[in-house]
Design a protein around this ligand. Structure first.
Ligand SMILES: [Zn+2]
Length: 279
């Protein structure tokens, strides 16, 4: 690595930690508990973005306003040993975890695909995917308020990338990815609406676009990567489900969103090697 690469890497990790810190704000403020289940049977709603982004950060227990010193990614949590400076209430461990995970995944993506045309969508999906996964694990909802904006941002980014590299056909593969990934889940949801939430169908629309676009030129590759994502997500979901049954008993409920996200992002990460092996 050249000195320039090392400087970029250090700045990238710092920027990633700050994006991770912002991801925590979204994870903490977006979901709102309901007193009774809504028409879809969910116990959670989401707050509008105005509420999520407005106002200073404060302790959830005592309302103490957090200063800049409390908001340094990872280090503040370690210095305070995971507790509020005033009231001593616990700050959940997902805070430093997310602040480390976001830059770590960012570096992993860059390391795997380099400064290539696949990098923008991989990067865009990291904070959005981490936020969706943690919220889904906690509340069993896939927040539409993150999924659709992320979808439109990835569509805009893909259009710019396709024009810059002169490969508009990659965009058709994005659409084909949606068909291959969201199509089967839509049918499953339609036949067995109790088995899966419609939130997962929206989520695979986003993932289908990103996986399809990342497959490059051939329709066959877009279909292969989409089905690989579905298969990997099903296997992951099964393993996590069996684990949860063992740990929490028969009524254990496991969200499918994190498995879909992990499978889709990993397939995008491996896309250069998988498509090379396929041809
Ligand atoms: Zn407090």
């Amino acid at each position: 690595m050249s000195p320039r690469d090392i400087v970029l890497l250090v700045f990238g990790i710092l920027a990633g930690a700050c994006i991770g810190s912002f991801t925590n704000v979204v994870i903490h403020r977006l979901p709102r508990p309901l007193d009774e289940p809504n028409e879809f049977g969910d116990f959670w709603e989401t707050n509008p973005w105005r509420t999520v982004l407005g106002g200073d950060s404060a302790c959830a227990e005592c309302g103490r306003k957090l200063t800049a010193l409390d908001l340094i990614p990872v280090l503040s949590w370690l210095a305070l040993r995971g507790r509020c400076r005033d009231c001593g209430s616990r700050i959940p461990a997902y805070h430093p975890f997310v602040e480390l995970l976001v830059p770590a995944l960012g570096v992993l993506a860059w390391w795997q695909v380099g400064w290539g045309w696949r990098l923008p969508l991989l990067w865009l999906l990291i904070p959005a995917g981490v936020a969706i996964a943690v919220i889904d694990l906690h509340t069993f909802i896939v927040p539409t308020r993150i999924v659709w904006p992320t979808f439109f941002v990835t569509v805009a980014a893909a259009v710019v990338v396709a024009l810059v590299i002169g490969e508009p056909r990659y965009l058709l593969n994005g659409l084909f990815g949606i068909l291959c990934l969201a199509g089967p889940l839509f049918v499953i949801w339609f036949v067995l609406p109790r088995g899966m939430g419609f939130g997962d169908v929206r989520l695979v629309t986003l993932l289908g676009w990103c996986v399809g676009f990342s497959s490059g030129r051939s329709y066959g590759n877009a279909a292969s990567l989409s089905f690989l994502t579905l298969g990997a997500a099903a296997v992951l979901g099964l393993i996590i489900g069996i684990g949860a049954l063992g740990a929490r008993g028969r009524n254990a409920k496991v969200p499918f969103g994190p498995s879909l996200l992990l499978a889709g992002w990993t397939v995008m990460l491996m896309a250069p090697r998988i498509t090379e092996a396929l041809t």
